[in-house]
Design a protein around this ligand. Sequence first.
Ligand code: TMP
Ligand code: ASP
Length: 262
Amino acid sequence: MKKGKKLYEGKAKIIFASNDKKYVIQHFKDDATAFNNQKKAVMDGKGILNNRISEHILTQLNNVGIKNHLVKRLNMREQLVQHVEIIPIEFIVRNIATGSLTKRLGIEDGTVLDSPLIEYCLKDDDLGDPLVSTEHILAFKWMEIDELNLINKELNRINDFLQGMFRGVGIKLVDFKVEFGRYEKNGKKEIMLADEISPDTCRLWDVNSDKKLDKDRFRKGLGNLIEAYQEVARRLDILHEQSNIRPLKYTKPQAVKIKKKQ
Ligand code: TMP
Ligand code: ASP
């Protein structure tokens, strides 16, 4: 697959054309931003980790019938994905209240929600990605009602699967953001999950300590972001070869005296 010209550059990724109109190349950068680009830094290796983690998660979702744009990972920083037109809405699913929800509504941080809460934000950096309602989405024709119903169902399936997957490795899925895209199949518009799912787009807490293993380490200036992402990758059993994680302490075998048979 040949890499063509840059089609779009976002805060954490770049989209390049490929030699087939149906596919594009998604490149993961090391840039970290927060609060709509007000806080910025370059985190060495973040792009590599997110490329691998997102590849793993989207492959697992595909295996359980949640179709998405991933075709295959091409190299350390790039994946081949289906070319879709991104719907201008960020879909947020919350299991535990934190972040903007707690600030906006005064809900206590860490409140476990009775059932998953779905929120929609308009994807518009100039406006600061404002929260919008179903009525706004329909009134301004950002989506058709059928598309929205389908996505809501898909969001619950994605949440169920991801919660289970992370819980199995000792991580609470607090919340996450996903994006969907439209594409044409046999002359009909279809919808599929797109973008990425990584510690940049999820909140992940260790089940025992509530230690943050996601981009909140950067947003809140907690440090050790790369170590946290590596921890997620290690627990998901990916990234063995380039992991910097120290091996278990090596203890030199002790000589054992073998008693001579009498
Ligand atoms: P929030 O609490 O800041 O609204 O974030 C909710 C979730 O969405 C959290 O997992 C982080 C993710 N998120 C993004 O992926 N991109 C964004 O631009 C924002 C604001 C949040
Ligand atoms: N991605 C957004 C930004 O760059 C916000 C965030 O993830 O907190 O500003």
